[in-house]
Write a protein that binds this ligand. Structure first.
Ligand code: IMP
Length: 438
C-alpha cells in the first residue's frame, strides 16, 4: 500500500489538478483528500471537450466509485461549495465520487470576506476570506461544521461572532487606508444582519448536508479505516510550497500549510507509506504581490502568459510569468521530502529560441545554489542563469518521452540533475490524455 501526496513546488497553479486526476484513475487509489486552503484554489480538469473548474472539490471528484474527502484543514464557504456541486451535477449527474466533509472543517462566514477585502490588498489575496477565516481558526473563534448540528447552537455561535466582528470591522476600517476595492467590499456589510444571515446559512448548510452522495463526518476515522485495510489514499495540495504560511515567501503567502506537514494536521492521516510527488511548471508563475526573482516583464513573459493561458482560475487575474527557477524546486524537495517530479506545460516553451534556468543566487561575492524565501535576502540577491537551447516542435501530441525533441529532453534532464529527482510525468497540454508517463 502506497499513499501519494501531490504538492505544488512553486507559487501555485502548477497544474496539480490534472496530475491528481490522472493518478486518481489507478484502481489502487480509494480516496482523494484535500487538506488545506479553501476556494482560493482553482483546479481545471479537461475531459474531452468539457472543462471542469474546481475550487473546493478535490480534482478526483470525476471518478465515480472513489471517495473524495474535504479534510478538517480546509475552510468552506457553503455557498461556493453548493454552487460547485450543482454545476457538477448539471454536467455529470451523479457520476461523480462520494464526498466526505470533515465535521471539524471551519466555515468561511460573510464577515471573513469583508475583513479580507479591507486587509488583503497589500498581499494581493484572492479576496475569498481565507486569511481572516484561518485567523479565527487559530484564535479559537471559528465556526465549524460541528457547530451546525442544531440551529440553536449555530445561532448562538453566529450571534457571538457577529458582535465581535462588527466591532473588529469598524476598527479595521479606521485603521486601514481603504482602496476603492476595499470600499466596495464594505457594501457586503448589509449581509451582516443577524437573522437573515442565520437563516440563509442554515438553508445552505441543510441543502449541502442533503446533497446526494455527501456526508459530513469524522474523516480521520475513515482514513484510518482505509489505512488499516491497506488501501491507498491520494492527497491533493492546493496552492504550493512558496505560498505556505511557514515555509513560503512570508508575508506574501496564503494562510495555510500546503506543504507536507499540512496533510497530517489537515486530515488526521497518520504518516505512513507516503510517496511525495512535486508538481513543477516548466517555467514559473505567481499571482498577487511579493518577490519573484526570475520574473519576465518583457515579450517573453507576455508570450508565456498568452500561450500558457496564465490567468487565475479563481480570480481571472493575469499571472506574473518568468523563467524556471531550479533552486525553488530544490527547496520544495527539501521542505516536502519530494520523491519525484511531474513537470507541466512543457509544450508552452516550444518556439522560444533560448531558455534560461535559474541555478544559483549571488550575494556580494558569495554564490548559493539554494533558495532562501526571506524577502530581505531575495531583494539583495542576483539570479545566476544557465542557458539551454529551445526547440521549435509542437509537443502537444507527443505520447512518449523518447519522441520529445532532444532539446526538450535536455531541459528535463537538467531539472533531474539539478534537483536529484526523477521526472516521472510530463504534461504537454491541458487534456487528460496529453501526458507522458515514464
Ligand atoms: P489568499 O490565499 O487569498 O489569502 O491569498 C494569499 C496569496 O496567495 C495571494 O498572493 C494569492 O494570489 C495567492 N494564492 C492563493 N491561492 C492561490 C492559488 O490557488 N494559486 C496561486 N496563488 C494563490
Amino acid at each position: 500500500m502506497t499513499n501519494i501526496a501531490v504538492i505544488g513546488s512553486q507559487w501555485g497553479d502548477e497544474g496539480k489538478g490534472k496530475i491528481v486526476d490522472v493518478l486518481s484513475e489507478s484502481a489502487r487509489i480509494k480516496a482523494i483528500v484535500r487538506y488545506q486552503g479553501g476556494n482560493n484554489a482553482g483546479h481545471t480538469v479537461v475531459v474531452g471537450k468539457v472543462k471542469h473548474a474546481f475550487h473546493l472539490l478535490p480534482s478526483g471528484i470525476l471518478h465515480s466509485g472513489k471517495t473524495v474527502v474535504i479534510g478538517n484543514g480546509v475552510i468552506i464557504n457553503p455557498e461556493v461549495l453548493l454552487d460547485e456541486l450543482l454545476a457538477l451535477q448539471s454536467r455529470v449527474g451523479s457520476r461523480h465520487a462520494r464526498i466526505l466533509i470533515s465535521d471539524k472543517a471551519h466555515l468561511i462566514m460573510p464577515w471573513h470576506l469583508i475583513r479580507d477585502g479591507i486587509t488583503g490588498g497589500v498581499i494581493g489575496t484572492t479576496n475569498r476570506g481565507i486569511g481572516p477565516t484561518y485567523t479565527d481558526y487559530i484564535a479559537r473563534r471559528g465556526i465549524r461544521f460541528l457547530d451546525t448540528t442544531s440551529k440553536k447552537r449555530f445561532s448562538e455561535r453566529v450571534h457571538a461572532e457577529l458582535l465581535w466582528n462588527k466591532s473588529l470591522i469598524k476598527h479595521e476600517i479606521s485603521f486601514n487606508h481603504l482602496s476603492p476595492h476595499a470600499r466596495s467590499t464594505l457594501k457586503l456589510r448589509s449581509t451582516l444582519n443577524e437573522n437573515s444571515l442565520i437563516n440563509r446559512y442554515w438553508k445552505l448548510l441543510n441543502l449541502l448536508k442533503k446533497y446526494p452522495k455527501l456526508s459530513v463526518t469524522d474523516v480521520s476515522s475513515f482514513l484510518d479505516h482505509l489505512q488499516s485495510r491497506g488501501q491507498s489514499i491520494l492527497f491533493e495540495g492546493a496552492q504550493a510550497t512558496l505560498l505556505d504560511i511557514a515555509h513560503g515567501t512570508y508575508p506574501y503567502v496564503t494562510s495555510s500549510n500546503p506543504t507536507i506537514g499540512g496533510i497530517f494536521i489537515g486530515s488526521g492521516f497518520r504518516p505512513r507509506n507516503l510517496k511525495v510527488i512535486g508538481v513543477a511548471k516548466a517555467y514559473t508563475t505567481r499571482v498577487g504581490h511579493g518577490p519573484f526573482p526570475t520574473e519576465l516583464t518583457d515579450k517573453t513573459g507576455d508570450r508565456l502568459r498568452a500561450l500558457g493561458n496564465e490567468y487565475g482560475t479563481t480570480t481571472g487575474r493575469p499571472r506574473r510569468c518568468g523563467w524556471l527557477d531550479l533552486t525553488i524546486i530544490k527547496y520544495a524537495k527539501l521542505i516536502n521530502g519530494l520523491d519525484s517530479l511531474a513537470v507541466t506545460k512543457l509544450d508552452v516553451l516550444s518556439g522560444i529560441p533560448r531558455l534560461r534556468l535559474a541555478v544559483a543566487y549571488r550575494f556580494g561575492s558569495k554564490t548559493f545554489d539554494t533558495f532562501n524565501p526571506d524577502l530581505n535576502t531575495l531583494s539583495r540577491a542576483k539570479v545566476i542563469y544557465e542557458d539551454l537551447p529551445g526547440w521549435q516542435a509542437d509537443l502537444t501530441k507527443i505520447k512518449k518521452f523518447t519522441s520529445l525533441p532532444p532539446q526538450a529532453k535536455s531541459y528535463l534532464h537538467k531539472i533531474e540533475r539539478f534537483t536529484g529527482l526523477p521526472v516521472n510525468y510530463v504534461s504537454v497540454g491541458p487534456r487528460r490524455d496529453q501526458i507522458i508517463i515514464r
